[in-house]
Design a protein. Structure first.
Length: 113
């Protein structure tokens, strides 16, 4: 089993920045991809960014150029969010593969003036 814990969410004004963190523990040796998803009120969960163990990061179109996914080791993954917009308001989830079997509990991000 793998446990994922997100942190770093909060309230920020439009144009501001936040950095989300995801700490993984447990049987992390079989993780082959890390990702960030989000779910806004009344909407379906959507992919934000992925970082496979091998290969480059990929981003959803709405966040390209503003968000950056990174990791310092297999245990810690980050999502740097710049130029935040009200439509970025959502619960952000960290997910880990294979097949995104493991999910964190989510962290709330609210972008509002």
């Amino acid at each position: 089993q793998v446990q994922l814990v997100e942190s770093g969410g909060g309230l920020v004004q439009p144009g501001g920045s936040l950095r989300l963190s995801c700490a993984a523990s447990g049987s992390i040796f079989n993780i082959n991809v890390m990702a960030w998803y989000r779910q806004a009120p009344g909407k379906e969960r959507e992919l934000v960014a992925i970082m496979p163990r091998i290969g480059g990061a990929q981003y959803a179109d709405p966040v390209k150029g503003r968000f950056t996914i990174s990791r310092d080791n297999i245990k810690n993954t980050y999502l740097q969010m710049n130029s935040l917009r009200p439509e970025d308001t959502a619960i952000y989830y960290c997910a880990a593969g294979p097949a995104y079997k493991y999910w964190g509990q989510g962290t709330q991000v609210t972008v509002s003036s």
